[in-house]
Every structure is written in C-alpha cells, then in structure tokens.
Design a protein around this ligand. Structure first.
Ligand SMILES: [Zn+2]
Length: 328
C-alpha cells in the first residue's frame, strides 16, 4: 500500500454489480438457506463457479455467464437483503469505502415474475438500512435496465426506480449481454423521464462494444457517466465528446483485463494515457470485487505497481468519484 493511502483514506466506488460483489461464503450460506440445488459438489467447487479464472473466462460473454448462478441465488427478498448488507459491510471493512453505489436488475431476481418486484426492492432497502446502523457508508442503488429486455420490461424497471427514489434509488443504467437487435435509442424516452425526475444516468458502453457505442449513448441518452467507456480511446472525436460534455467514466481495470476488453498492462497504460491527455474525468472501480477476486484497494495497488497511475492520479480519480456520485 502506498504511503498516502492509509487505512483511514476514505474511498468512493461507483460501479459495483450486486451479482458479483457478495463474498462466496455468504452466497454459499444463502444458497443453502433457500434450498437451492447447486451443480457443485462442495464449497470449493462453488467458489470456482462464481469467481473468475483465466482458464474459464476468456471473453466478455464467459464473464457474464457466471451471473446466471449469482442472480439465481439472489432471487428472493431474503437473499437480496443479505447480499446488499454484506456488500456494504465488506466494502467498508476491507477498503474503508464510505460512499458506494450498488447496481442490480431486480427483474433478473424475481424468478421470471414468481417473486414480487416491490418485495425485492424493499429488501434491498432493508439491507442498506441494516448496514447503516453498523457502518458509516453512504449507499445508493442504481437500477440496471437490460440490453436483452424489451422496452416494456425496461419501462417497468424505470417505474421501480422512480417509486423507490425517495428510499435510496439514485440512478439508472443499461447492462447485460450484448444483443444485436438492441438500440440505445430505444431507451431515450426512459432516460428523459429519469433525468426529469432527478435520477442520475449512467450506461454501459465502450466496453465489449467499440467507441461508436459511446457516441451512440451520448447522442441518444445524454448520460452523466458511462460505465467503462474505455474504448472511447479508439477515436479522438469520441474522446472529445466525452470531455466536452463533462461525462465521468467508471473505469474497472481488472474487469477489463478478465473480459479481454483490455489486452494487458501495456494496453492499460495506453488507455490511461489517452484519457489523461484528453482530460477525461474517470473513477476507479472493481465492477464486482468478489467475482473478480479483487477489491478497490487491490485495483489501486495494481495501477500504482505497474506505473499506470501515480499517487496523484489515484487521488484525483477518487476525488472525481466523490464529485460524480448520484447520491445527494
Ligand atoms: Zn459493469
């Protein structure tokens, strides 16, 4: 750990998916408490099933496949409350994260409509309430639309985000597997409604898809932030669009290495150099610490150790995270 980053340094993390941020031991307990039939024979095989390894994860799609299990295990009010609580508690205890934005798609956790969405939402809020009695973490929920959902389904998600805005929902996002038929423009009206209501807007782009996806979302959705967005560096004009609109990128280094979006340390250096030379604001995130076997301080150490960022750069990214939060 570098000198200025003592255990007391308060960190902010803005891009964390609930499906990849719960300790495997907790997920194991939740699975058993709910009687879920697991395909693994023992705990260690279970850990292997829900965490990355280079032999298993060779692409973005391989990575997303792991969410099938974590989303199933989290598909009940009890499981959501526990998952949210443990994610916040872990973030504070392991990293001294005092500001956390946690994102999830409640419709991927209701067993195809069998469970009530409002029960899922309220359970997430209870998880935050419980953690707030124990740890001083300002937490906000981001509701993820999905690229494989139709407009009507994503609209239901917007309705839930709006209904629970006064209870801790702070923003919306679009995530999920790539879908050739999906167009960001389809969500334009939903993003406009969210903006008018005062929700923060972020969207996954410039990750598995090229820099054009970044242009697309800026043009149609006008987000405040972009999840990843690292492939903006493929085009100077795209970088200039990001900069001139004051958009903050939520960069997730280990995640991009695991999904092969970034090909190695050398490529990672190029990405950060390009972002810095175009004066792009970015934050450092894990995407999902437990599934990726990392945490925010691990990401920071990795960047420092490899000379990708210096200490000043890390502090600046942390400052941008506190500044770009959707939590009011
Ligand atoms: Zn993500």
């Amino acid at each position: 750990m570098s000198q200025f980053l003592g255990p007391q340094t308060k960190l902010a993390e803005l891009h964390v998916h609930l499906g990849s941020s719960v300790d495997p031991a907790v997920m194991w307990e939740i699975s058993h408490a709910q009687g879920i039939k697991l395909p693994t024979k023992n705990y260690w095989q279970f850990v292997d099933m829900i965490t990355v390894s280079p032999s298993k994860v060779k692409s973005f799609e391989d990575y997303l496949k792991m969410f099938k299990w974590t989303e199933l295990i989290q598909s009940s009010p009890l499981a959501i409350e526990q998952s949210v609580y443990h994610t916040i508690a872990g973030a504070y205890r392991k990293n001294n994260i005092t500001l956390l934005e946690l994102r999830f798609n409640p419709m991927k956790r209701n067993r195809g409509g069998e469970q009530d969405l409002d029960q899922i939402m309220m359970a997430a809020i209870r998880g935050i309430d419980r953690s707030s009695l124990e740890y001083p973490v300002r937490t906000g929920l981001i509701i993820c639309f999905d690229r494989t959902f139709n407009h009507a389904q994503n609209e239901i998600l917007l309705e839930k985000a709006l209904r629970y805005q006064s209870r801790g929902v702070v923003g919306i996002d679009i995530a999920g597997p790539s879908n050739k038929k999906f167009r960001y423009a389809e969500c334009k009206d939903l993003y406009e409604r969210a903006r008018k209501a005062g929700l923060g807007l972020t969207v996954h782009a410039g990750e598995d898809e090229g820099h054009n996806s970044v242009r697309d979302v800026i043009e149609h959705l006008e987000p405040d932030r972009i999840g990843h967005g690292v492939r903006s560096i493929e085009n100077d004009k795209t970088l200039e669009m990001v900069r001139s609109r004051g958009i903050t990128l939520e960069v997730c280094p280990s995640s991009n290495l695991n999904t092969r979006v970034i090909k190695g340390v050398g490529h990672m250096k190029q990405v950060f150099r390009a972002l810095d030379s175009h004066h792009i604001k970015y934050t450092i995130n894990t995407d999902g610490p437990e599934m990726l076997i990392t945490n925010l301080r691990g990401e920071i150490d990795f960047l420092l150790r490899n000379g990708i960022l210096d200490e000043e750069g890390v502090l600046r990214a942390n400052k941008y995270a506190f500044a770009a939060t959707f939590i009011k």
